[in-house]
Design a protein around this ligand. Structure first.
Ligand SMILES: [Zn+2]
Length: 281
């Protein structure tokens, strides 16, 4: 018996099967199949206000809301791919007033007065501002920002690991751009080859920077433990064609007493890929 039972005698018997509250109907496509509600990239972004550690002025930085994008897969060098948006696009942050730029994780890290002076004298004095996109960033917006982060990191005398990490992220932004290049791009093959060359240059710098950091710095580096950095270096070496180095580093992970099984599997996968590249399979 429903809420509307008893209406039969008034000639409204069919009303019994009516729903009192209409259920929200799932969105369907033209074949009547249920489709997931589409989210736009802007749905997972927000603007957060920061105070610049160099000029002291406030500005807004666009960021990914935490937990809103879902991890779909990881490239062999641990670049994460999400179902919506690409966090790599929002990790490089530039103060629009003075040009000081850093990775989001270091936004609040204070500089020494000597470093501030260097940023003012070598960056701010020449900085002409940066266009702030109204909506989501393009990969070109991100690539420009990473270059400014690299400039600030060099000027302030950042560690080799910091510079290496910025180069790695810049390489990932370039890879993201290549992967999302529209099919109707003029001279697409040529553009892709150019982007591949730029990515390889970034990854080579990242590999060399981390390699230098191994003997000069302590772990964690940029929030990563020794096994993670070793693993990333193994894959970077593979990607830039230093296959013997890649094999040596992958073996270090495989025989490590502290590396987890998943990472060891990844390292074995690197060895497999190199065997295939060398035509041993
Ligand atoms: Zn500033």
């Amino acid at each position: 018996m429903g809420l509307l039972s008893g209406l039969e005698e008034f000639g409204l018997g069919t009303m019994q099967n009516e729903e009192v509250f209409e259920k929200e109907k799932p969105k369907t496509n033209e074949n009547g199949e249920v489709v997931a509600k589409e989210r736009s990239e802007m749905d997972v972004l927000l603007d957060r206000t920061f105070e610049c550690v160099v000029c002291g002025k406030e500005y807004q930085a666009r960021m990914l809301k935490t937990g809103k994008a879902k991890l779909v897969k990881q490239d062999s060098d641990l670049r994460a791919i999400y179902d919506i948006s690409d966090p790599v696009k929002y990790d490089a942050v530039v103060c629009p007033h003075c040009g000081y730029a850093t990775l989001a994780r270091n936004l609040k890290a204070p500089l020494t007065s000597a470093q501030e002076k260097l940023i003012r004298e070598k960056i701010s004095i020449n900085f002409k501002g940066i266009p702030v996109p109204e909506a989501e960033y393009s990969y070109d917006d991100a690539i420009l920002r990473y270059k400014l982060v690299l400039a600030s990191t060099i000027v302030k005398g950042g560690k080799n690991s910091e510079k290496a990490y910025v180069c790695l992220k810049l390489g990932w932004a370039i890879r993201g751009k290549a992967e999302s290049l529209p099919d109707d791009t003029p001279d697409k093959e040529k553009v892709l080859a150019q982007l591949k060359a730029e990515e390889t240059e970034c990854l080579t710098n990242a590999y060399e920077g981390f390699s230098a950091a191994f003997s000069q710095e302590r772990f964690p580096m940029c929030g990563m433990d020794e096994n993670t950095v070793t693993y990333i270096c193994a894959d970077l070496a593979r990607r830039v064609g230093r296959l013997d180095e890649a094999l040596r580093l992958a073996s270090t992970i495989i025989t490590s007493r502290t590396a987890g099984e998943r990472m060891k599997d990844r390292a074995r996968n690197i060895k497999e890929m190199i065997k295939e590249e060398k035509g041993e399979k």
